[in-house]
Design a binder for this molecule. Structure first.
Ligand SMILES: C[S@@+](CC[C@H](N)C(=O)[O-])C[C@H]1O[C@@H](n2cnc3c(N)ncnc32)[C@H](O)[C@@H]1O
Length: 226
């Protein structure tokens, strides 16, 4: 099972540019209303007031994918996790503009939220363009490691989906190697088209758009929890 000391550490920056007044107001007023409770066990009733399917996005960046999925499935509860304040502000703006009442936000480490959910409670987990940590000595920091994956696997329902997107060739190879060692997920690709073409229900993220502009290939992985 996962070793908390290998998965509890959070890397990367927490804040970029200073917030404008309107952005600061979103953080002060909207965030407290839709923030994931800071401690204690979590479930759909505590988070949304009723029982409903749950999905989690790890590292939502500016929140466009989270908002797109939430708008497409109003009866599902979405937990978006992102430690980067400027990204959280982007997601809050999407929630406000789309009047989305099915999104909860955690400004911090996604694994801290996932571990507080019941086992076999999630319908989907998204990990889109995770930080690649390209140096071999930083490989342990990659989200695609067995510690975080054990936790994700425990919280997904049987038949639920884990989605990974990346444009980083090293991360792509690494992820395929790690997933190939696991017996609890089945890769959904039957032909190359299945992982080279973005599925219709997979909104484009900011990083993905940037990667395409730079001429990068993007890979879309869908794994089913056995
Ligand atoms: C390369 S960005 C991709 C953002 C977004 N998914 C996209 O595709 O545009 C990776 C994001 O993961 C976030 N991140 C890193 N570690 C995280 C963790 N433990 N929990 C949640 N988010 C994390 C970073 O802050 C960063 O915003």
């Amino acid at each position: 099972m996962n070793d908390p000391t290998t998965i509890r550490r959070l890397y990367g920056r927490r804040q970029g540019h200073t917030l404008r007044a309107g952005q600061a107001a979103l953080v002060e007023e909207l965030l407290p209303r839709i923030a994931v409770p800071a401690d204690g066990p979590l479930d759909a009733v505590r988070l949304f007031g009723n029982d409903r399917p749950l999905q989690v996005e790890i590292g939502f960046g500016a929140g466009e994918h989270l908002a797109g999925q939430a708008a497409a499935a109003p009866g599902t509860g979405f937990l978006g996790c992102e430690p980067f304040l400027n990204g959280v502000v982007g997601a809050l703006a999407h929630v406000r503009d789309g009047a989305l009442d099915n999104v909860r936000i955690h400004m911090g480490d996604a694994l801290e939220v996932i571990e507080r959910l019941p086992d076999e409670s999630l319908e989907r987990v998204y990990l889109l363009h995770p930080d690649p940590w390209p140096k071999a000595r930083h490989a342990k920091r990659r989200m695609m490691n067995h510690g975080p994956l054990d936790l994700i696997a425990a919280k997904l329902k049987p038949g639920a989906e884990f989605r990974l997107g990346t444009d980083d060739p090293t991360y792509c190879r690494w992820s395929m190697m790690v997933m190939n060692q696991r017996r609890d997920f089945i890769w959904q690709a039957h032909t190359a088209r299945d992982f080279l073409k973005r599925p219709a229900d997979w909104p484009e993220t900011r990083y993905e758009r940037k990667a395409r502009r730079q001429g990068h290939e993007v890979w879309y992985f869908r794994y089913i929890r056995i």
